[in-house]
Design a protein around this ligand. Structure first.
Ligand SMILES: C[S@@+](CC[C@H](N)C(=O)[O-])C[C@H]1O[C@@H](n2cnc3c(N)ncnc32)[C@H](O)[C@@H]1O
Length: 268
């Protein structure tokens, strides 16, 4: 398949999600997830950078976990609209700013200070240059600070392999609305119901409990998964060695899901 230059409209997906799904319950689930993974009871006093903030839900979760300020940015202007909508729902806190920008834009990145906690969940593999994106993001971690990132793992995509999904994503992102709906149904039928109609009740049950997954919505995530382009899969071990070489020590890792979560700490 020839390379497709189009990008997935992440922002539109996040704006739809925020308008339809935003609730304090979901913020609470995300907050619990962040605190549990970081093995902390609070993020009190930390400055927080949310790279590729999407809906802004996790920025708000960090604020509610006690961070002293949040700076969120995203490449896609409609993600910014979504995050500003969520910020408004939260009473427009003064210590939360949201801007448009790219982690690959060296000028933009160099104007930012360093932060106690840099968060990039499901973002850096969608930039078109995952290693440069990791390097730029890690450069924004203060000495003694934390880098929390999640990357699509090449280790869990065995059958079908990563190339299958890269082809699917290119097809989805270059298709019209109708064909995209068809592909979403095909995905649910093949990968969620395993081509077995008797698994429909299980899928419906899973749909309801899916919100426990960082407060997300299954249909938003299916569109994000099928459409998320550009996209690179990363081996967990490669991410760990790369981060070690740039001065970060692995503190925690969660594997086995499509995204591997990593928590690194920068040496003082
Ligand atoms: C899968 S979404 C994740 C959103 C959010 N972090 C979350 O966990 O819900 C990926 C986000 O990364 C953003 N993104 C892609 N390339 C980017 C770049 N170069 N700089 C900043 N954000 C980018 C997309 O616009 C999108 O909102």
């Amino acid at each position: 398949m020839s390379p497709v230059r189009t990008r997935f409209e992440f922002g539109k997906n996040w704006h739809d999600y925020a308008k339809r799904n935003f609730s304090q319950d979901k913020v609470e689930i995300s907050k619990r997830h962040i605190l549990e993974f970081m093995c902390r009871e609070t993020l009190r006093g930390l400055t927080f950078l949310d790279i590729g903030c999407g809906s802004g839900l996790h920025s708000l979760a960090a604020l509610q976990a006690g961070v002293s300020s949040v700076y969120g940015f995203d490449f896609d202007m409609e993600s910014i609209v979504a995050a500003r909508f969520v910020k408004e729902q939260a009473g427009s806190p003064d210590n939360w700013s949201v801007e448009q920008g790219s982690i690959l834009d060296d000028d933009f990145v160099s104007r930012m200070p360093q932060f106690d906690l840099v968060y990039a969940w499901g973002v850096l593999h969608h930039t078109g240059d995952v290693w440069q994106a990791i390097r730029n993001a890690a450069g924004k971690v203060k000495p003694g600070g934390f880098f929390y990132m999640a990357l699509y793992s090449a280790d869990v995509q065995i059958d079908p392999p990563p190339q299958f999904w890269l082809d699917i994503k290119q097809k989805y992102v270059s298709s019209g609305k109708l064909y995209r709906r068809f592909m979403e149904i095909w995905y649910i039928w093949r990968f969620q119901m395993h081509r077995n109609i008797f698994l429909l009740p299980l899928f419906l049950k899973g749909m309801i409990s899916y919100r426990e997954n960082r407060g997300m919505n299954i249909f938003t995530d299916i569109r994000d998964w099928l459409g998320g382009w550009p996209m690179e899969f990363v081996r967990d071990g490669d991410a760990i060695s790369f981060c070690k070489d740039i001065g970060l020590r692995l503190e925690n890792i969660a594997t086995g899901q499509a995204n591997t979560e990593f928590l690194f700490k920068r040496k003082r």
